[in-house]
Each structure stands twice: as structure tokens, then as C-alpha cells.
Design a protein around this ligand. Structure first.
Ligand code: ATP
Length: 476
């Protein structure tokens, strides 16, 4: 492997590109200039201190992972910021910042064995190394508090149920508390807010936030290393378990079975479970019935798209918190043009600010309109597997249920393959989860479908027309 800084940075960029939205990549990664690499310390140049702070806040985990992969476990990052100079003919000067999270870059070894007061050692990725008493890093982001979660009609039930749970974890009827809603509407934020509040009120309680994909990876690793029991024991010790994106368990039977045991154990011991999902339990596909029925034991509350007033309040809080001044008129413009997703709303504000800092322009309505247009054009709408299935079936004039039929009829197989192909390219879902939702197939079938569609696209003109036309409908 070459230690050349350009090569290292380019390889990092190609991984980063696959992991962040195109607009974020353009705004936050393209302007970075790699300067040098020395003793596993990569120095990069960023355009402003704000830029540096934003990278540290939002992307340090991604940077850490990619850099470690390229350079090794002792990788460090150092920033150089080119500071502007008031005198127009003077040279810019640079200021160096070590990353505030270099400790993060070096620490966090996975699967650190831990001794707990005479009990056998437990392998668990979240244990803080070196501490004898069981300590679990709850994996919560400090900003995701109730205070920062703006209340509106769209989230009133979920928010107040979450707050009630946080006052008395395991002691209310809301167990599990299942929060569902479309992407970017605050499920992770609210789930974590409960965790933060519990930790504040009951510091001794063991709280853990984990995303379903991470849980799945840990489980697979535990099975591979013959540690399944340690894995189970670890999760059964948690007092408040927040499992995010539970729909990602679709089609993963072994993981579901293990989670089922954890769920039962925690529930019976009066521990609190908080689950989030992109759909209500009744619409989750590829899930075992016994697990679904347990999801419905407590309270299911949804998060809806925020109305204009709530969107304005979210923007105002964010600008106030970050100490930014933007006119009411500009905020109104952003809030009225970006409506369906709070993440996009926040993203627009941040990009607007970055543009104005980089280009030294004032934040005006014109700049906001330029920004919003770009965002709307470049951000692909997030599509669901259900929606893709419907568009494909409508195109072939067949009822959407046909995709679930156990048949090998050519036109149905073809429609199924196309639905799988588009689900793979247009959603974040895994092969297993796509297979579970389209015809109860396994991941290998989905992979085969994607390859078949790719081949036919190149060799069969008529088929190519199907693909292009469906793609057009999906992009409308
Ligand atoms: N009511 C709200 N008040 C303040 N901020 C909010 C609110 N709802 C969402 N947000 C912010 O919007 C962003 C996206 O929220 P979050 O990640 O929780 O969404 P999500 O529903 O979990 O999305 P996904 O399903 O894509 O993971 C976060 O920065 C969050 O803080």
C-alpha cells in the first residue's frame, strides 16, 4: 500500500462518497486538500474553522473508519486551516488543529474482553476499556435531547410517551415503545432523547442505543467467534435498550430469534425497550409473527411530517443554538420549500451557511433559492420498497400482490427481478431485507436478480426500454 497522501486521501474519498449524500460530499469533502502523510498522520487542508468544526462534529466516525482502513489503527488526522487575511495582497496564513477526536481514532478497539466482578469475561464492542465495573457507553449523541426536539402536532404522542418512559423506564404501559415514521422525521433523535433523559435521572441504569444493522453485525461476529452466549448475556444486562431501524431485521431469521430471546428476558425483568421503525408493526414484512406480536404489546406512536410552524421552529432553534443570524424571510423560504424531511431541512440550512462562508456572500433569499434548487435537483427522493414494487406492478398492469405469489411465471419473475433491482439501487435496504419484502426470497435471489437485470439491460433492447421507463416513473 502506498503511503502517498494523495493516494491515501483519494482512496478514503472513494469510500466516503459511497457513504454520504452527493450534496454533502460536494460541500464537505471536495474542497479538502490533502497536504502530507507522516507517521500515519494525515494532514488535510480545509477552507475555514467552521468547516473543520463541522467535519469533526458530523463526519469524524466516517473519517476514522476510512482512515484506519487505509493507514492502520494508529491513524491520526491533522487539519490545516487557511485563514483569510484582511490585507488583500498579503499571503493567507495557516492554523493547525489536531482532530479533537484523535483519541477516537486510536481507541475504541472492538471486542474488548471485560471482567465483571467474578463473572466470566464478556466480549462486547461498547465496553469502555480498562474499567472493572460494568460500564456501557450508551452510544448517545449529546445533542439529541428532549429540549432540542421541537414539539408539534406531528410528534406530540410519540414525544410525550417517550418522556413518560424516560421518567419511569420499564414502569409504564409503554413497553415496548415503538416509534415509527418516514426517514428524517426524528426517530433516532427521539429514541436517543429518552436514553439521555434516563441517564440524567438514573445515572446507574445501563442504557444502550444500537442500530439494527450494528446489532446484526455484532451478532454475526459473535456467532463466528463462538460467543453467542456472551452476546446474549451482554444484551440481557441492559436496563434501557433502544433499537433503531428494526425493519432492518427483515429476512434475518437467526438475528430475529436472538432478539426475541433478548426482548423476552428484558421485558420479563421489567426493563425498558424502545424500538424505531420506518413502518408500523402491521406493515413490517419478513419478520417473525411472534416478534411482531411483541412489538405491539406496548404503545406504537408515529412521527408525521412537521407542519410549517414546526419547521420554522426547528430552523430557528438550530440557528439560535449555533449562534447564526439568518433573517426570518430566508428561514421562511427554506421552511416553505423543504417540507418532508427534517434532515433535509437542517442540511439545507447548513449548506446555505457553508456556501455563504466559502463564497463570502450574505445569506439572502437569492442564495437560499439557488441552494434549495440545487438540493431539490440533486437529492434523490428516498423511495420505499413498497413504492418501487407498486410502480413496477403498475407498469406491467398487475396487482402488487402478484410479486408475493409462489410462481415461476416468466412475467412475474421478471417484475419481481426489476422490483428487486430498483430496491437495491434506490434504497438503503440490505439484500436480505429486500428479498424478505419481495416474494419472501433470500439474499442470493436478490443478488441474482440484480445481475440478471444488469445483463439483460445490455443485451435485450426491449428489456432496456422497460428499465428506462420504470426508472423515469420512479424519478418523477
Ligand atoms: N422535532 C424535531 N426537532 C428538532 N430536530 C429534529 C426534529 N425531528 C428531527 N430532527 C432532526 O432531524 C435530523 C434527522 O432526524 P433523525 O436522524 O432522528 O431521523 P430518523 O427518523 O431517525 O431518520 P432515518 O430513518 O433516516 O434514520 C436530526 O438531526 C434530528 O435532530
Amino acid at each position: 500500500m502506498s503511503n502517498n497522501h494523495l493516494g491515501v486521501w483519494n482512496r478514503c474519498l472513494s469510500v466516503i462518497k459511497d457513504n454520504v449524500p452527493a450534496i454533502s460530499f460536494k460541500t464537505w469533502f471536495e474542497p479538502i486538500v490533502p497536504i502530507k502523510i507522516n507517521n500515519q498522520v494525515l494532514t488535510i487542508q480545509v477552507p475555514s474553522p467552521f468547516f473543520y468544526e463541522y467535519l469533526e462534529e458530523q463526519y469524524i466516525d466516517l473519517l476514522r473508519k476510512t482512515l484506519r482502513k487505509e493507514v492502520g489503527n494508529d491513524a491520526k488526522l491533522e487539519y490545516v486551516v487557511v485563514m483569510g487575511n484582511n490585507q488583500s495582497d498579503a499571503q493567507p496564513y495557516t492554523v493547525k488543529y489536531p482532530t479533537t477526536n484523535n483519541s477516537k481514532l486510536q481507541n475504541k478497539p472492538l471486542n474488548v474482553p471485560l471482567k465483571t466482578e467474578g463473572k466470566p469475561s464478556i466480549k462486547n464492542p461498547f465496553i469502555i476499556p480498562g474499567i472493572q465495573k460494568l460500564q456501557v457507553d450508551p452510544q448517545l449523541k449529546a445533542d439529541n435531547t428532549f429540549e432540542n426536539f421541537v414539539e408539534g402536532e406531528c410528534n406530540r404522542l410519540a414525544r410525550s410517551a417517550g418522556f413518560a418512559v424516560a421518567q419511569n423506564p420499564g414502569g409504564t404501559a409503554f413497553n415496548p415503545l415503538m416509534i415509527y415514521g418516514a426517514s428524517g422525521l426524528g426517530k433516532t433523535h427521539l429514541g436517543q432523547a429518552i436514553g439521555i433523559e434516563v441517564k440524567e435521572r438514573f445515572p446507574d441504569k445501563i442504557v444502550l442505543y444500537v442500530n439494527a444493522n450494528k446489532f446484526q453485525t455484532q451478532f454475526t461476529e459473535a456467532v463466528r467467534n463462538n460467543n453467542r452466549n456472551d452476546f446474549l448475556h451482554f444484551y440481557q444486562m441492559i436496563d434501557v435498550l433502544i433499537l433503531d431501524d428494526v425493519q432492518e431485521f427483515a429476512g434475518k431469521e437467526k438475528t430475529q430469534e436472538t432478539f426475541f430471546h433478548i426482548f423476552n428476558h428484558l421485558h420479563q425483568s421489567g426493563k425498558q425497550l424502545i424500538l424505531t421503525s420506518d413502518k408500523p408493526p402491521i406493515e413490517l414484512k419478513g419478520m417473525e409473527q411472534r416478534l411482531l406480536s411483541r412489538f405491539k404489546w406496548g404503545l406504537t406512536a408515529d412521527l408525521q411530517v412537521p407542519d410549517f410552524e414546526t419547521r420554522m421552529e426547528i430552523l430557528k432553534r438550530k440557528t439560535y443554538k449555533d449562534g447564526i443570524e439568518i433573517s426570518e424571510e430566508v428561514l421562511e423560504y427554506v421552511a416553505s420549500h423543504i417540507g418532508n424531511n427534517v434532515r433535509e431541512l437542517e442540511g439545507a440550512l447548513v449548506s446555505l451557511l457553508a456556501q455563504s462562508t466559502l463564497n463570502r456572500k450574505e445569506v439572502t433569499i437569492e442564495l437560499a433559492s439557488e441552494m434549495v434548487n440545487k438540493l431539490v435537483k440533486s437529492s434523490k427522493r428516498e423511495l420505499s420498497i413498497d413504492y418501487i414494487s407498486k410502480v413496477v406492478c403498475d407498469y406491467f398492469n398487475m396487482p402488487v400482490d402478484t410479486l408475493q405469489a409462489r410462481t415461476r411465471k416468466r412475467e412475474i419473475v421478471q417484475a419481481r427481478q426489476l422490483a428487486m433491482y430498483f430496491s437495491k439501487s434506490l434504497t438503503k435496504s440490505s439484500l436480505a431485507s429486500i428479498g424478505a419484502q419481495i416474494g419472501k426470497k433470500d439474499h442470493a435471489t436478490v443478488l441474482h436478480a440484480c445481475k440478471t437485470v444488469n445483463n439483460l439491460k445490455d443485451t435485450d433492447k426491449n428489456f432496456r426500454v422497460f428499465v428506462d421507463e420504470i426508472e423515469k416513473k420512479l424519478n418523477m
